[in-house]
Design a protein around this ligand. Structure first.
Ligand code: SAM
Ligand code: SF4
Length: 335
């Protein structure tokens, strides 16, 4: 038996999020600038290398794998990777294989993803208004995403929507989003906007809509019951008693969730970030590339990186200034 991955604060690491590309077919205003410089292809881990990385983490006790990006479904050949990962579901080592996507390619891939063992998908959607959707994503088209959601539900996947809460943008749509999700039996989670990367002229303090406000608005119309459910991550859930819906809140800025953190993030170049809200990372690629056919050095490098996992993040908007800001974009680590 290999020893499980335990960090210096006695947290077991069982969840790996992998960004398989930094590229995307959208340019969401809170995530990217209009003119992004992407990594040259030669810097990316190949699909075989991604497989070796993920398989090593799984051997060390990772039970949940979330594929993200950039937009994971625009990475060429990505289904080969999903199909390869399904062997870990078959063996029972992996309990869940899932992804976070903008939904633009789901119409095409939902069936294949289901066949590879994906049973749940997180889809990012901030507005149901076609004009506003084009504005917030810059390059996205709402009908295409809605067809993607339909396709995922049709093959049987459980869909969760992630909506970034944006003041002066989707605050007016709160109840429309809630009602729409109820009608379609879709879970809904709101995310506070985080200070990640240079995104051009946007002002984060202008965009920031604290979820404590959003929650208070929900409470005006619904009876909210806090749920105990925890995923080891930043999400907290309530049930709307009148409809039975589950609503999630991801509040890295108003709430500290680090004490139960069970996750680490791998970038498409093989860097491991053990905290979303800290700059520190280790490069696992040398251990991978310098030892083809021998995963022992890679496993050692993974253990060493987990041994440096920080206690928590330092995001803070409280003094009318954005403190703890990260220089990298969210698409680098995949959220
Ligand atoms: N392209 C995929 C998507 O949009 O779902 C996966 C990658 S995207 C970086 C993952 C999540 O990060 C999305 O739900 C997106 O809304 C969120 N996100 C991006 N930038 C953010 C920011 N600055 N603050 C909070 N959430 C952000
Ligand atoms: Fe692309 Fe997702 Fe970032 Fe939007 S949030 S630009 S869809 S990576």
């Amino acid at each position: 038996m290999t020893a499980p991955l335990i960090d210096p604060f006695q947290r077991a690491i069982t969840y790996l999020r992998v960004s398989v590309t930094d590229r995307c077919d959208f340019r969401c205003v809170y995530c990217m600038s209009e003119n992004m410089t992407f990594l040259p292809k030669k810097d990316l881990l190949t699909l075989e290398e991604l497989d070796r990385m993920c398989s090593s983490f799984i051997r060390l006790g990772v039970e949940k794998l979330r594929i993200t990006g950039g937009e994971p479904l625009v990475r060429r050949g990505i289904m080969t990777f999903f199909n390869a990962m399904s062997r870990h579901l078959d063996s029972g080592a992996l309990k869940e294989l899932t992804l976070t996507t903008n939904g633009s390619q789901l119409e095409k891939f939902a069936g294949d993803l289901w066949a590879a063992g994906v049973r749940r998908v997180n889809i990012s959607l901030d507005t149901l208004d076609e004009t506003k959707f084009a504005e917030i994503t810059r390059w996205g088209r709402l009908p295409q995403v809605l067809r993607g959601i339909d396709a995922a539900q049709k093959v049987g996947m459980r869909v969760k929507l992630n909506a970034v809460a944006l003041k002066g943008f989707n605050d007016v749509e709160l109840f429309d989003l809630v009602d729409w999700c109820k009608d379609r039996d879709i879970d809904l989670t709101f995310i506070e906007v985080m200070p990640m990367g240079d995104i051009g002229n946007e002002d984060r303090l202008d965009q920031y809509w604290p979820l404590s406000d959003l929650r208070a608005q929900l409470a005006d119309r619904f009876t909210l019951t806090d749920l105990d459910e925890r995923s080891g991550g930043p999400a907290r859930y309530v049930r709307l008693e009148e409809t039975g819906q589950k609503i999630g809140f991801i509040t890295p800025l108003t709430h500290n969730f680090c004490e139960s953190c069970n996750r680490v993030r791998l970038t498409c170049t093989g860097e491991i970030y053990t905290c979303l809200g800290q700059e520190g990372m280790q490069d696992l690629r040398p251990a991978l590339r310098d030892h083809p056919g021998d995963d022992a050095p890679l496993e050692q490098a993974i253990r060493a990186a987990i041994g440096l996992k920080p206690k928590g993040h330092d995001f803070d908007y409280s003094r009318q200034d954005v403190a703890g800001k990260m220089s990298r974009h969210m698409s680098h680590t995949g959220g």
